[in-house]
Design a protein around this ligand. Structure first.
Ligand SMILES: [Ca+2]
Ligand SMILES: [Ca+2]
Length: 199
C-alpha cells in the first residue's frame, strides 16, 4: 500500500505523463510530450528536435520495462502505483540498483530541462519545462527546489529532488514539488469514518 502522500504523488505524475488524458500511459502520450517540449523550448532545428524525440522515446521504452507488468504496451494507474511501490521496496531492501536508477532519472531530468547545456537549470528553463508538462506554480516550485536560494538548480538539487519525489513521506520535502505543487488533498470520503461516528 502507498501512503496518502505517495498515492497523491504517483497519481499526479501519472496524470501529467498521460498527455491525452485517456487514463492510460502509452506511446502516443510520449509523441505528444516530445512535441510540447519542443514547442515550449522554441526548438526549431530539426536535428535538435530529433534528439529530443529519441530521448523521449527512450524514456517511454524505459517506463515499459519497469511498469508495464502485463506487457501490453500500456501502463495503467494500478500498474504505475505497483511500480511506485516497487521503488520504495527496492530502496528499503537496500538495492543500490534502485538508487542508481533514481540518480540516472535525475541526470535525465537535468538534460531535459537544461537545453542550453550549461549543467544547471535557470528559473526560466524550469518554467518552460513545467509549462510543457501543463503544470502550474513554477515560481513557487523553483523556490523550494533551489536549496540555499542560489538562483539556479544544480544536478545535486535534482538528485535530491528526484529521491524525495519518489521516496519521501514528508509532506514538507521540497522534492515533492519537482513537477509543480501537488494538487490539494481531495476532500475526504464522508464514508471514511463510517460506523465510528454516530449521529
Ligand atoms: Ca494516454
Ligand atoms: Ca500494461
Amino acid at each position: 500500500m502507498l501512503s496518502d502522500l505517495h498515492d497523491r504523488k504517483a497519481t499526479y505524475y501519472f496524470n501529467l505523463i498521460d498527455e491525452d488524458g485517456n487514463g492510460i500511459i502509452e506511446a502516443s502520450d510520449f509523441a505528444l510530450r516530445a512535441q510540447r517540449l519542443a514547442a515550449a523550448q522554441n526548438l526549431t532545428d530539426e536535428g535538435v528536435r530529433e534528439t529530443l524525440r529519441s530521448q523521449v522515446v527512450a524514456w517511454w521504452d524505459h517506463i515499459c520495462t519497469i511498469a508495464d507488468f502485463d506487457g501490453d504496451a500500456r501502463v495503467t494507474l494500478p500498474e504505475w502505483k505497483a511500480y511506485w511501490h516497487s521503488i520504495q521496496r527496492g530502496v528499503g531492501e537496500g538495492e543500490t540498483m534502485t538508487l542508481r536508477t533514481l540518480q540516472r532519472a535525475a541526470r535525465g531530468t537535468l538534460d531535459a530541462i537544461d537545453r542550453t547545456g550549461t549543467g544547471w537549470v535557470t528559473e526560466e528553463e524550469y518554467a518552460d519545462w513545467l509549462d510543457a508538462w501543463g503544470a502550474d506554480g513554477s515560481a513557487e516550485a523553483f523556490r523550494q527546489l533551489d536549496r540555499g536560494g542560489k538562483g539556479f538548480l544544480t544536478e545535486e538539487d535534482l538528485v535530491v529532488a528526484v529521491q524525495e519525489f519518489y521516496l519521501s513521506d514528508d509532506p514538507n520535502a521540497p522534492g515533492n514539488v519537482l513537477y509543480g505543487p501537488l494538487p490539494e488533498n481531495p476532500s475526504s470520503d464522508p464514508n471514511e469514518f463510517g460506523g465510528e461516528i454516530s449521529s
